[in-house]
Structures are given as structure tokens and as C-alpha cells.
Design a protein around this ligand. Structure first.
Ligand code: DI6
Ligand code: FE
Length: 400
């Protein structure tokens, strides 16, 4: 006996090993205890009984969307900085005047955990409203033991307040906090020796990330962070090659990183390293658009090398104040020339891979969580093609 059956649906299963969408015309999905027990052609389904049978009237079902790179939890906002930038100020001038990541750090430190949860809920609800069923949330605006822990706890709490899976990533190496001004190595030592062990012990972080950039941390500093993560058995990710090429992606790949993210300045050697170690390329077209970047990530080289490509919002107050996974797909197609199957796979199956969760989510296959997005569209391309329109009919998380 199943709990629910969705029948008369068209499926984009994204089933592993399928280069297209894994389309099924007359499809059926059956779920029991929050898991998919069958997804495929109705004609090949075993005889199934269910407490509830839902007629999808020919609508399309995709896996629930997965936003695998966000900085969703933060205090304050940076709309005023946006105005200053429109009036001609540069990112550096704003940072020197106390703006940038440090202004968000101040607002995040000043907020309680409950206040951070309350401030984040509207952003989370926007993602949920477009079919997101799993979201990754990074810290990186607390920049101290107490405040990073608070940010990670707020992220976990969001998963209790809404029907969504939350994965947390510790991004202490995001910016240098004022307490360590002039001594980044001491801050890195603090992260490696105190914060990572503490958060691993408390189970607060599912992964560790860093910002490898001229305005962030050097590859040597990032290596220390990675070694500390590895010592705790935590998977790693990296913000790499967003503004310059410090060869961070190759470094991350050599540590077996789940993903390297941004990658506008990635070179051939970086692509080869990612291919060799199976590191996912997470592209963030919202940030590319918002900072008016002109250097494109090396899409052709990534494709040719068989590097999996995922997409995410990078929702953050400074460079990507974006909470629409549908718009991410449109931007990836328009700005990066990704195909429709690449866009949809990028925010489902490949995003699951970038979180190390492909065995549990990301495709419509028996044995995976029953996380679904049901769309009022005639063809999947509509999900990518339209701008500012949300055709979500229903969203199912864990079978409900
Ligand atoms: N890359 C980015 O684009 C953001 N962080 C990062 O590592 C910027 C975050 C901010 O400006 O608040
Ligand atoms: Fe980011």
C-alpha cells in the first residue's frame, strides 16, 4: 500500500545516465513513507494501491528544485550600497567606507538567532514558492565563533519551520573580521583550530567553504581550512575564480571537493583538475549579472571535459540579491548559453551532486526522497524561457 500516487503526469525524471530530461509522456509516481517507490511510464508500473490518487491532468513533474549555493541567512540589507553604485561608487570605495561584507557582518552580529530566522523566512518562502525542496545555506557573515554558530543554528532552525531540507555550509573564511585586521593567518588559524572542530562536534556544518580571491583568502590559507575540514571528515566546496584566477578550483579538486563555484576566470588546467576529481562546477549567473561581469565561465571546456554543471541563486545581499531559481535558469540560458536540459539538470540532479546528495535527491527514481515540483506548462522549456512568471502548480516535499 502506497501513501500517494500522482497519475496522468508528464515526467522529466532526470534519471541518472540520461543526457536529456528523461521524459516520460504518460507517467506515474508512487510514494510511501516520503520515498519514491515507482516513477516512470504508467504502462510499466507494478500494480499499486494508494490511500490517495492525484490526477495531474497532464502537467509536468520535475524533481523538486535544489538551490545548492546560497548565503540566505543575514542581517540588514545593502539596497543603499546599490544606490551608491548606481551613482558611480565602486565596490572598493564602498568597502573602504565600511560597507560591503563587513556592513552585513555588523548587521548579522547585531541580530539574535530568532531575528535572523525572521529576516530570512521571506527569502526562503520565495524559493519554496518556486518549487525548491532542498536549500544549502552558508554562514560567513558572523566571522567569529559565537556569530558563525548563531548563523548556522538559524539555518538549521529554518528547516524546522518550513517543509524543506536545509544543508549548512561553514564559510568562516569569507572575509577578514576587524578583530584580526592585518593578520589573516591568525584568523585562518582560529578557523582551522577552533571553529571547524567546534562546528563538526556540534553537527552544525554539513560542509566547509572558503572565498579564494585577492579580496578574500590566498590558496595557502584556503589549504589550511581544507586540511582542518578533512581532519573532521567534512566535505569541502570553494568560491573560486570569480574575480581572478588564483587556481583555487584545482586546489579544491585536489582535495576531492564536492564543487567549485563561480569560475568565470577558470582556465584549462582548472577544468582538467575538476574533471579528474569529479568536482561539480556550480555556475551563479545571478552574481555574474548583478556585478555586470563580462568574462564568461569556460562553458565549452567544461562540457568537453565532462565536468557536471550545476546552477544556484548565490542569494546574498552584496552580489546576488536573487531568490528565483526560475530566473537563474533563464539567466544561465541567456547569459551562458546553457541548453534547456542543462538548465533543468543544473538546478536538480547536478545541484544534488554538488551537495553530495545524489543518492537521495535530484531525480525522479525509486529509492529517492519524494520531492516534486508540479508545473502548469506545456513543455519543460517554458520553465527556462519565461521571465518573472511562476507556473508552479504544487510542490511536494518528502511525499507531502
Ligand atoms: N562571493 C560573492 O559574490 C559574495 N561572497 C563571495 O564569496 C559577496 C558577498 C557580499 O558582498 O556580501
Ligand atoms: Fe557565494
Amino acid at each position: 500500500m502506497c501513501d500517494r500516487i500522482w497519475r496522468n503526469a508528464r515526467l522529466a525524471t532526470l534519471a541518472s545516465g540520461n543526457s536529456g530530461l528523461g521524459e516520460v509522456e504518460d507517467g506515474l509516481i508512487a510514494a510511501r513513507d516520503g520515498m519514491i517507490v515507482y516513477a516512470g511510464p504508467a504502462s510499466q508500473a507494478p500494480t499499486l494501491d494508494a490511500a490517495e490518487v492525484i490526477d495531474c491532468e497532464g502537467r509536468w513533474i520535475t524533481p523538486g528544485l535544489i538551490d545548492c549555493h546560497t548565503h540566505l541567512v543575514y542581517g540588514g540589507d545593502r539596497a543603499h550600497e546599490f544606490e551608491l553604485r548606481l551613482a558611480g561608487a565602486s565596490y572598493e570605495e564602498i568597502a573602504r567606507a565600511g560597507g560591503g561584507i563587513i556592513s552585513t557582518m555588523k548587521a548579522t552580529r547585531a541580530a539574535s538567532e530568532a531575528e535572523l530566522v525572521a529576516a530570512t523566512l521571506p527569502r526562503l518562502d520565495a524559493l519554496i514558492g518556486e518549487g525548491v525542496t532542498t536549500v544549502e545555506i552558508k554562514s560567513g557573515y558572523g566571522l567569529s565563533l559565537v556569530h558563525e554558530a548563531k548563523q548556522l543554528r538559524a539555518a538549521r532552525a529554518l528547516g524546522d519551520q518550513r517543509p524543506i531540507s536545509v544543508r549548512t555550509t561553514f564559510l568562516g573564511a569569507h572575509a577578514l573580521p576587524p578583530e584580526f585586521s592585518g593578520d589573516p593567518d591568525a584568523y585562518i588559524a582560529e578557523i582551522a583550530d577552533r571553529l571547524i572542530p567546534a562546528f563538526a562536534a556540534e553537527g552544525l556544518a554539513d560542509a566547509v567553504d572558503a572565498f579564494c580571491e585577492g579580496i578574500g583568502f590566498t590558496p595557502d590559507q584556503v589549504r589550511r581550512v581544507f586540511e582542518a575540514a578533512r581532519a573532521q571528515g567534512l566535505p569541502i566546496k570553494l568560491h573560486a575564480e570569480q574575480l581572478s584566477n588564483l587556481h583555487g578550483a584545482a586546489l579544491a579538486a585536489s582535495f576531492g571537493a564536492l564543487s567549485a563555484d563561480h569560475l568565470e576566470f577558470l582556465d584549462e588546467a582548472g577544468v582538467a583538475a575538476m574533471a579528474k576529481f569529479g568536482t561539480v562546477a556550480v555556475l551563479l549567473p545571478g552574481a555574474f549579472y548583478f556585478v555586470r561581469e563580462t568574462k564568461l565561465p569556460p562553458i565549452e571546456a567544461l562540457r568537453a571535459a565532462g565536468v557536471p554543471i550545476a546552477l544556484a541563486t548565490d542569494c546574498n545581499p552584496g552580489t546576488s540579491p536573487l531568490t528565483s531559481p526560475l530566473l537563474v535558469m533563464n539567466m544561465a540560458a541567456t547569459l551562458f548559453r546553457l541548453t534547456v536540459p542543462e538548465c533543468i539538470a543544473g538546478i536538480t540532479r547536478e545541484a544534488a551532486r554538488a551537495l553530495g546528495l545524489l543518492d537521495r535527491i535530484g531525480t525522479l527514481e525509486a529509492g529517492k526522497a519524494c520531492d516534486l515540483a508540479i508545473w502548469d506548462v506545456e513543455r519543460p522549456a517554458e520553465l527556462v524561457y519565461r521571465m518573472g512568471f511562476n507556473p508552479l502548480h504544487a510542490r511536494i516535499w518528502s511525499g507531502r
